[in-house]
Design a protein around this ligand. Structure first.
Ligand code: CTP
Ligand code: MG
Length: 237
């Protein structure tokens, strides 16, 4: 991928409702360690020297963004309106970026709900993608024995876990390639849940880069305490 003087834009989809979290407000606005999840995530990204700025997708009905008081001030943050699914929100951010950035500009897409991402893991991703023609993503090898079941829970098979990975974010691809990939997925009515799936559907093979296990996506209520613990632990030298 293009090196781009070592600086890249990031895209943060933050337009979800957090239904599995079952909270009163969207999970990206829940507070852990004195800041909202979204503020932690943006602080992590903006603290990294390779990030030029961030485009954030917010829900059309978002009421919380204007209330945030601890947003990073040292890098440009742009806000666009998200869409019905994560892939629509990401695409809206990419379309906005494409007005000022060339098609070969590499972008990092990172979930608002992953506030614990480490600078070191971003470094690993940048390094791997710089040397790769397609791009890549952070992930983690699965640890448990994996089973495929039918809809009643009856086990159909044990899946060989040795080559199975959890897909995480950031995921890094060229702006133009990713826009094409997502637009084609949408045209086929495939609502991909990550960028790599759309790229894979083009017949390309992104590279998987191992990240720390604490790069969790806050999804269910118990994840909030876990993220709080990881953030505190990372901040203690
Ligand atoms: N997201 C988005 N636009 C959507 C749906 C999701 O920008 N229409 C964002 C979320 O805000 C989140 C990220 O995509 O930062 C990952 O999605 P997920 O963890 O599934 O969040 P939600 O969709 O909000 O949660 P749920 O699926 O439990 O409703
Ligand atoms: Mg979702």
């Amino acid at each position: 991928m293009k090196q781009n003087n070592g600086t890249y834009w990031a895209v943060v989809p933050a337009a979800g409702s957090g239904s599995r979290m079952r909270a009163e407000i969207p999970k990206q606005y829940l507070v852990i360690n004195d800041r909202t999840v979204l503020e932690h995530t943006l602080a992590r990204l903006c603290a990294h020297p390779a990030i030029a700025g961030v485009v954030i997708a917010l829900s059309a009905t978002d009421r919380w963004w204007p209330l945030l008081r601890r947003l990073p001030a040292d890098k440009p943050l742009a806000v666009v309106t998200g869409g019905a699914e994560r892939c629509h929100s990401v695409l809206n951010c990419l379309r906005y970026l494409r007005r000022t950035q060339p098609a070969d500009h590499p972008v990092l897409v990172h979930d608002a709900a992953r506030p614990c991402v480490r600078a070191q893991d971003i470094d690993s991703l940048l390094q791997a993608c710089a040397a790769h023609p397609v791009g890549g993503l952070l992930g983690m090898p699965v640890r448990d024995t994996m089973k495929r079941c039918d809809s009643h829970g009856a086990i159909l098979e044990t899946v060989d876990r040795r080559r199975l990975w959890h897909a995480m974010t950031p995921q890094m691809f060229s702006l133009g390639l990713l826009m094409d990939a997502l637009e084609q997925s949408l045209a086929r009515e495939q609502l991909v849940t990550d960028e790599a799936s759309a790229i894979e559907a083009l017949g390309l093979r992104p590279v998987m880069v191992e990240a720390a296990a604490d790069n969790i996506k806050i999804t269910r209520p118990e994840d909030l305490q876990l993220a709080e613990y990881y953030l505190r632990r990372q901040e203690t030298p």
